[in-house]
Design a protein around this ligand. Structure first.
Ligand code: NI
Length: 134
């Protein structure tokens, strides 16, 4: 098996806030991430597909096709957006890095050839990232 990874990037704002909790509990638990006027991150996304090389083309996946899928379905959807306010995905889902990763993976899974395994890494900061593979 071989894997191929495409890196991409988007900027987005969010607020971590659980509406079931009191303001005090949210503030205590999420700290700065609970700021009521939101805050932004420079998200770096790594999308990895894994499988067998196609003997005819010599490719696992056409990078141009993969990069277009990511651009059209993820970056253009979330870049420069307020995740809580501007996207349907996070109307009722707290936009933690974990939840964002699951949403991104689920969107991409529909678009990428089923014979390829898919995993993603989402960096919320250079030092903090989450991984999801379904
Ligand atoms: Ni944050």
């Amino acid at each position: 098996m071989i894997s191929v990874t495409r890196k991409s990037h988007f900027n987005a704002a969010h607020r971590l806030h659980n509406t079931e909790w009191s303001d005090e509990k949210n503030d205590k638990f999420y700290g700065l991430c609970n700021n009521k006027n939101y805050h932004g991150h420079n998200y770096d996304l790594e999308v990895t597909v894994k499988g067998d090389i196609d003997p005819e083309s010599g490719y696992l996946v056409d990078m141009k096709v993969l990069s277009n899928i990511i651009e059209e379905n993820i970056c253009s959807r979330f870049d420069h957006k307020n995740l809580n306010l501007d996207t349907s995905e996070f109307k009722n889902l707290i936009p933690t890095a974990e939840n964002i990763a699951v949403v991104i993976w689920s969107i991409l899974r529909e678009k990428i050839d089923k014979k390829l395994e898919l995993s993603i890494r989402l960096f919320e900061t250079p030092r903090n990232f989450v991984e999801y593979s379904g």
